[in-house]
Write a protein that binds this ligand. Sequence first.
Ligand SMILES: CC1=C(CCC(=O)O)c2cc3nc(cc4[nH]c(cc5[nH]c(cc1n2)c(C)c5CCC(=O)O)c(CCC(=O)O)c4C)C(CCC(=O)O)=C3C
Ligand SMILES: [Fe+2]
Length: 370
Amino acid sequence: MNSARPDVRPYDALLVLSFGGPEKPEDVVPFLENVTRGRGIPRERLEQVGEHYFLFGGRSPINDQNRALIAALEKDFADQGIDLPVYFGNRNWDPYLADTLATMKEDGVTRAAVFATSAYSSWSSCRQYRENLYDAVEKVPGAPRLDKLRQYYNHPGFIEPAVDAIVAALAELPDGGDSARLVFVTHSIPTEMGESSGSEDPAGQPRPAYVRQHRSTADEVATRVKKATGRSHRHDLVYCSRSGAPSTPWLEPDVNDHLEDLASDGVSEVVMVPIGFVSDHMEVIYDLDTEAMATAERLGMRAVRAASAGTDPRFVAMVRNLVLERAAAERGEQPDRAAVGSLPAGPDLCGAGCCPNPRGPRPALCGADS
Ligand SMILES: CC1=C(CCC(=O)O)c2cc3nc(cc4[nH]c(cc5[nH]c(cc1n2)c(C)c5CCC(=O)O)c(CCC(=O)O)c4C)C(CCC(=O)O)=C3C
Ligand SMILES: [Fe+2]
C-alpha cells in the first residue's frame, strides 16, 4: 500500500460549481427568473418549463445529485489521504456561488480548484460559468483565488461510465438490443453560439467546439460499446431542451423529431444516451424520460435510457485526478493529461476569446485573457 499523501498544493479546497435547481414549488418561478433574466425567453416557454418542474413536485433532483457527488468526493479524498474540503456553489439557486465564496473566505480558504458540472465548451456550458465566477468574486472581497478545472468530455472517467451505462441499457431490451440505435442527446444551444464555441487561439479548443467535442465523445463511446458487445450499433447526435424565440435557429435535430425519422426508417429499438449531462437532472427526467419516451411509445418503438455519470466511482476518481493534475501543473510540473477520442486534452486556461457571450463581452475568470 502506498501511504504517501497525494500532493494537492497549492489548493486548500475544491469548489463544486453547478447550475442549481428549485427544491419546492415556491422556488420554481424565482429560479426560472434567475436563469432567464435578460435572455428574451418567451413567456410561453417559461410557463411550459415551470410545468415540467411542477410535474415533479416543484423539486429538481439536481441539488441532491450534487450533494451525493460531493459526499462521494469527500469519501474518495479521505480514502486517498487527501485533506481537501469540498464546497458547493450554484449559479442559479441556493447555495449561491457568492454565499459559498464568503463561507470559504471565512474558513480561511485561499486557493480553490473549481469543478463545474458541465463537460463541454460553449458560452452556456463553460464561459457563462466563468463569468459567474468573476461576478461572485467581485461581490466577495478577499474571496479565494479560483482555478476552473479543464474540460472533461473526453476524459476516460467520463467516457467509461457512459459505455457501461449503454451496455446495461442494451441488456434491458427484450432481445439484448441487437438492432438498437444509440441516440446520443445533448442540450441544444443557438446555432450561432455553437459556431462561436471554442477559440481561435491555437492553444484553445478548436471551433466549433461544442459539436466537435460531442462528436468525439459519442464516436469514442460507440466504438467502445462495439468492443464490449461485439456488435456494431449505428449512432447519432441529437438535441433536447430547445428554448429561445422560434425565429432563432438552434442546433437540430430535436430528439423527438429524430425518433420520428428513425421510426419511418424502420428502427424499432433505441437507447437514449444523455451524453451532454453529468447527472439525471430535470433535462433528463423530463425532456428524455417523460417527453421523448412518450414520443417513442407513440411511435411503437422500444426505448430505454442509459444512466448519466452521477456518482460512478470512475467519474469521482476523474474529479480527484483533475485536481491532482492541475495542482501539479500549478507547481510547475508536467502531469499526464488523460484524454481519449479524436481530440487532445483541453488547456487549463480557456483560450483567448473563448466561447463569447452572445450579448456582448463580459469579464470572466480562468481564461488565457482573464
Ligand atoms: C448547454 C446547456 C446545458 C448543459 C451544460 C450545463 O449543465 O450547464 C444546460 C443545462 C441545464 N439547464 C438547466 C435549466 C434551464 N436551462 C434554461 C435555458 C437554457 N439552457 C441553455 C443551455 C444549457 N443548459 C440555454 C442556451 C438556455 C436559454 C437561455 C440562455 O441563453 O441562458 C432554462 C430556462 C427555461 C428554458 O429556456 O428552457 C432552464 C430552467 C439545468 C437545471 C436542470 C434542473 O433543474 O434539474 C441544467 C443542468
Ligand atoms: Fe439549460
